[in-house]
Design a binder for this molecule. Structure first.
Ligand SMILES: [Zn+2]
Ligand SMILES: [Zn+2]
Ligand SMILES: [Zn+2]
Length: 89
């Protein structure tokens, strides 16, 4: 299947990976998370929408950083918040 990603995903040339496999905001407040996502604009790693604090979505809203990558081992995909679009890489 031909994938034509949105401009945000298309502009990601080198996928950023987590500096540490933790949600940086959950660690600061002592909270738990489910899955991790890495912001492709600034490289921060935060928790997914299945996590109680949903830090990755909050970060995308507040910072207007559109694209995250899954930070789960073995998962290779990007997601764009404004376009609600996923792409494998
Ligand atoms: Zn987009
Ligand atoms: Zn978090
Ligand atoms: Zn960011």
């Amino acid at each position: 299947m031909e994938i034509s990603p949105c401009p945000h995903i298309a502009s990601v040339e080198i996928v950023k990976h987590p500096r540490k496999p933790v949600c940086e905001e959950c660690v600061a407040i002592g909270a738990d998370w489910v899955h991790l996502r890495t912001c492709q604009s600034c490289g921060v790693t935060l928790c997914c929408d299945s996590s109680p604090n949903r830090h990755a979505s909050k970060h995308a809203r507040v910072s207007k950083h559109p694209v995250i990558a899954s930070a789960q081992p073995g998962e290779r995909w990007l997601y764009c918040y404004p376009d609600d679009e996923m792409a494998d890489y």
